[in-house]
Design a protein around this ligand. Structure first.
Ligand code: GLN
Length: 286
């Protein structure tokens, strides 16, 4: 290796890469460059801060440049690192799962607020994907037990590894199943949660190109009106929830009224919609 490479610090490596990410129009160039470097160097945030003035080995520098180039083509950061943080925990993701979104933390906040108290909570998470919702519930509600249902054969092993790596296996059952086939549902549940696919076929044009190109369409789209899966969740809740049980669903920002109406028609009491951090209707519960 050449002498000047030996002297290149992480700072010197990252500066032009941040410019590349910026030019490619990524969301948070400096943060993303650091996350990619941390992934290659196996360093957490603090370790990375300490490494900023230190020299970087040439092979590591090449790897960081390679991953940054992939990011510049629009590949999601979570696919490059295979990880995404959700509710303060680190989840494995893959191109076979939806990448957990920060908006979805609202759903968790609603359940945790409405289920405060020492009692046992039995819940199901329909369409669990990475397992981010169900696993978070199991870990945040100390006396809970949950069923995580997922139809995609590609997502199931990812959810299974997340359950194991986050030490939730003693309280969760992961089942391959179809939310349109309610016989699989348990009875007498306290809570039913779901962030199902909810984009209408006709709204494909509104979805970001990066999402369309890289995330599973089966996790995004739900029939002509975008409500096909939400209807199935509402139906499943009628069979699975105990009287007075709680249903919480995430949905599109224009679907609050429709979901409240579907809930009321199905006999749920007092449906209510709440807004995400962007101020958009995002979750409805009853
Ligand atoms: N429940 C998972 C999540 O919220 C998967 C959602 C989906 O694939 N639509 O990330």
């Amino acid at each position: 290796s050449r002498a000047e490479d030996k002297d290149m610090t992480l700072q010197e490596l990252l500066t032009p890469l941040i410019r590349d990410l910026q030019a490619a129009g990524t969301d948070a160039p400096a943060l993303e460059a650091r996350l990619l470097a941390g992934h290659v160097l196996r360093l957490d945030r603090i370790g990375l801060m300490l490494a900023i003035p230190a020299p970087v080995a040439e092979d590591a520098a090449a790897a960081i440049r390679g991953l940054t180039a992939r990011r510049c083509t629009g590949e999601p950061l979570a696919h490059i690192t295979g990880r995404r943080e959700f509710f303060g925990r680190d989840f494995e993701v893959s191109p076979q799962t939806l990448i957990p979104r920060p908006e979805t933390e609202l759903l968790l906040e609603i359940v945790l607020r409405e289920c405060a108290g020492p009692g046992e909570v039995r819940f199901a998470d329909l369409g669990t994907g990475t397992g981010c919702i169900g696993i978070t519930l199991a870990l945040e509600l100390p006396h809970s037990r949950g069923l995580l249902l997922e139809y995609s054969a590609g997502a199931l092993p990812v959810a299974a590894r997340n359950i194991r790596s986050l030490h939730a296996a003693d309280r969760l059952a992961l089942v391959r199943g179809d939310m349109f086939m309610p016989p699989l549902m348990p009875r007498g549940l306290d809570v039913l949660v779901s962030n199902p696919p909810y984009i209408a076929a006709a709204e494909e044009g509104e979805v970001m190109a990066e999402v369309l190109r890289h995330e599973p369409h089966s996790a995004l789209f739900s029939g002509q009106d975008g409500l096909r899966h939400l209807r199935a969740v509402i139906r499943a809740g009628r069979q699975a929830l105990k009287p007075g049980g709680l249903i919480v669903m995430e949905h599109g920002y224009r679907q609050g009224g429709a979901v409240r109406r579907l809930l009321a028609e199905a006999g749920y009491r007092a449906p209510r919609t709440e807004q995400d951090l962007a101020g958009l209707d995002r979750c409805t519960w009853a």
